[in-house]
Design a protein around this ligand. Structure first.
Ligand code: SF4
Length: 209
């Protein structure tokens, strides 16, 4: 941990939680991964399932050294950095240190803030209230759009799909709190537009974090 006055350095980050679990959603569903959930987000999605992260202000930020030691101890071979919005912070040192341990690095971001760090996989989950920066369209490994609204979210998804690189996987994810409504919309849409795949939050079925 570092003192408050040393914040905003790449040496420490406002970590809400860490845990070793299974990636529950997206193209890498089912893979074991060590999760680092960063505090802070400025998007305000009404269906957000990590609202506790929005205004997370820890007494002390966690040093990269402590974070990496925790990952190594867990024996994980890959790390998912998520939030909140991880790119509110400089992740360069964290990724550099993780790569030294041959860890595979996955980032989950809205793309609304400048990229830092080097990543093996970038999941771009864009939000219309703050569009992604242009750099993310060429870098995204997967585009994951959450479907909450029957019409607007599909239009948003297609707008984003038109911008991402040709190798980027396209995923539509039914929003969980309205799953009974959103699931049939997404299933029907993917059947009609097979360039998309369905992403389901399987960790919620498995009842794991
Ligand atoms: S971008 Fe993610 S963490 Fe932030 S409000 Fe939206 S769903 Fe929640």
């Amino acid at each position: 941990m570092i003192p408050v006055e040393d914040r905003h350095s790449p040496y420490a980050l406002p970590v809400l939680e860490t845990f070793y679990s299974i990636q529950g959603e997206g193209l890498n569903t089912g893979k074991a991964a060590y999760f680092i959930r960063m505090g802070g987000c400025d998007m305000g999605c009404r269906w957000c399932d990590s609202k506790e992260a929005w205004n997370w202000v820890p007494e002390s930020w966690t040093t990269v050294e402590v974070l990496v030691a925790g990952i190594v101890k867990s024996k994980a071979n890959s790390v998912v950095v998520t939030g909140g919005e991880p790119l509110l912070y400089d992740l360069g040192l964290l990724t550099q240190q993780c790569h030294k341990h041959n860890l595979k690095l996955y980032l989950e971001t809205s793309g609304a803030h400048k990229l830092s760090g080097t990543w093996d996989w970038i999941c771009l989950s864009p939000k219309p209230q703050k569009e992604p920066l242009a750099e993310f369209y060429s870098l995204a490994s997967e585009l994951k759009v959450i479907i909450y609204d029957k019409h607007k979210d599909f239009i948003w998804a297609e707008k984003m799909a038109d911008r991402v690189n040709k190798d980027c996987a396209l995923l539509l994810q039914p929003e969980w709190s309205r799953f009974n409504e959103t699931k049939p919309w997404v299933v029907d849409y993917v059947k009609k537009h097979p360039k998309w795949r369905v992403s389901v939050q399987t960790h919620k079925y498995l009842r794991i974090p």
